[in-house]
Design a protein. Structure first.
Length: 260
């Protein structure tokens, strides 16, 4: 693993066109952090592959990126990949990889952002089907999608895979159940994958913890919290650009926080 002693993505100052020519997929791109990061990537020149389960939301983000281009910011055209991670079959993942291969021939970045919260319930009372749904979307689906896209990531000269974790994925907390457990698994998967790829490819693998952010998932977990007390997704995109772009070249196997 790289030491990354001096690398802090939170202090990254995005530059115009720093991601020009890169093809980056974002899961859960329809709203929240996925939407904000997708727009920031497009502003930095990346060709963004918007993956999510709600076509209407993906089309809205696609239109926003198109507007960036027409407004003179020069954002490349994005593409939409509708995929319900809870219900997708093996053939659906293969179709995603085939579509990316046909259009781009490679993939320079993959941000795993989509996730389910589940319920905040003691393990003793946790609903088994809900537990299985959360583990499937947050862990198994990320594994399958990554596995299918690895040949395209290997085809890049400088690729990045970025997993999203949480404070409860680094230290367990009562009542966070499946979500906390799934994020522990995600961090483990990132560690294993980074070691496997470090000496055999140019693909780097890191983890980001966005912290407290003004998103729908945060509202569901903390319904009494004042949203205005939290940073917006748009205010936290710089570290994502750093970890998905050339600024983090050579940095792998690390866990970073998006907030200072």
């Amino acid at each position: 693993m790289s030491a990354a002693i001096d690398f802090d993505p939170r202090r990254h100052a995005p530059q115009p066109d720093e991601l020009r020519g890169r093809v980056i997929m974002v899961t859960g791109a329809g709203d929240g952090l996925g939407r904000a990061v997708s727009l920031a990537l497009a502003r930095a020149g990346a060709e963004v592959v918007l993956l999510g389960r709600t076509v209407r939301k993906l089309e809205a983000v696609h239109a926003e990126i198109a507007n960036l281009s027409t407004s003179g910011l020069g954002a490349p055209e994005a593409s939409i990949v509708p995929l319900d991670l809870e219900r997708a079959l093996a053939a659906d993942y293969e179709a995603v990889a085939d579509a990316v291969d046909k259009r781009y021939r490679r993939l320079d970045g993959l941000l795993h952002n989509a996730a389910l919260l589940g319920t905040l319930t003691p393990i003793e009372q946790y609903d088994v089907p809900t537990f299985m749904r959360v583990m499937h979307v947050n862990v198994t689906a990320e594994f399958v999608l990554t596995r299918q896209l690895l040949p395209l990531l290997r085809a890049s000269s400088d690729a990045s895979v970025l997993f999203t974790s949480s404070a409860v994925g680094n230290r367990g907390r009562a009542y966070w159940g499946a979500y906390s457990i799934s994020k522990f698994a995600v961090e483990g998967m990132a560690q294993v994958l980074s070691q496997e790829l470090e000496s055999t490819s140019s693909v780097r693998v890191n983890v980001i913890d966005p912290g407290k952010v003004r998103t729908g998932m945060r509202r569901a977990a903390y319904p009494s919290e004042a949203p205005e007390s939290l940073p917006t997704p748009e205010s936290l995109t710089a570290p994502y650009l750093a970890l998905l772009g050339p600024a983090s070249r050579g940095v792998t196997g690390q866990r970073f926080r998006a907030q200072i």
